[in-house]
Write a protein that binds this ligand. Sequence first.
Ligand code: PLP
Length: 425
Amino acid sequence: EAAEARFIANNPLSKKQHELAVGVLPGGNTRTLLHTSPFPLTMKQGKGAYVWDKDGHKYLDLVGELTAGLYGHSNPVIRETIVSTFDNVGLSLGSTTVQEHKHAALLCSRFKLERVRMANTGTEANMHALAGARHFTSRRKVVVFSGGYHGAVFSFPNGKPAPNTVDKDDFVVVPRYNDVDLAVSTIKSTPDLAAVLVEPMQGAGGCIPGTKKFLHAIQDAAHEVGALYILDEVMTSRLAPYGLGVKLGLKPDLVTMGKYLGGGLAFGAFGGREKVMAVYDPRVEGSLAHSGTFNNNTLVMSVGYEALKRVFTEEACVELNQRGDRLRERLMQVTKVTKILFTGKGSLIGVHFVDKSLESITCGEDIQDKERRDLRDLFWFEMLEEGFWTTRRGFVALTLETEEHELEGFVEAVGEFVERHRDIV
Ligand code: PLP
């Protein structure tokens, strides 16, 4: 309560902004996830590795726009590409473009896809991948996992489709991620199964990595019953040079992507086996339409291409994820003997406050009813006071701009938090 009172006192302009915004936006906001009580902070500028709020506080940006902000706020390649595309190409040409081909070719070679198509968001990528799988198999049902998040209209918290999930009745939700037997038996016993859709590491579900055994077992089971295996790499493609699926030796029929692959602008893509992707080939009679005014807009195609080719190279990818692994280890060191747990892989970290010591978390159900929301909120308020911008629900996505010494500053702040609150952590 004291921390919340300080938050209110320290942020009068954000508070005012919120009061104005609720007059036109329900709840004052357009992204539910970003709503925080008593009001969200309004950021007004990002530069390099930092963001500034309306009241003038400076924060190290550890939100990284939920992985889409991989490049930070001031990458010169991105700036130069935006300006030169505007000056020399134009924004959207109402035609197929060279830029779309170039980005598609790069995505195919980098992520080992035979064919790819573009969209505007990860949600759309999953929507089209599911429609494609249904068309290809002439079946309808989709197996997904509790805690899975596949976009605004495809989320499955607590073992059920969220109320806004489209075609809710067509999803069969396996109640525990990483439970091999339960998943395999569900896949084998679901009639009319078109696809199994899974994140190789649950992102929004708490940065919980899928085990290699689990991800291979469900792939094999899907194939055994003639269903497609769709890997949602919207968050995880950044975790290894060719994506997490390739690193784990998986062979999905379709892969969905998005976030940072548009260079920080709105982006989505889905791709995979040539035979499956042919359902979207307009030269084939009876194929599916896949339209979208901005699917191939020159700005995103150019920026996404240059950023992946020149900035997030395979070497940069390895280095960033090593930096993340080192950070996670350091965070665990300073929180030893507490009930705070850091999950995830490489540059994506989940922060969990639970009511008893846990070695690891293999699915959301491990921590259901054990989460200490009071402590989580206290952590968020106090990290803000220390100058660190993290998500309230405990998610950290590193950007390329963040340097080792800045991360060490975060480790120190977390260590001090633990010391300050010894009695409750
Ligand atoms: N799939 C996963 C795994 C995601 O984490 C997200 C977004 O967080 C999406 C899909 C949806 O992407 P978008 O927000 O671009 O629609």
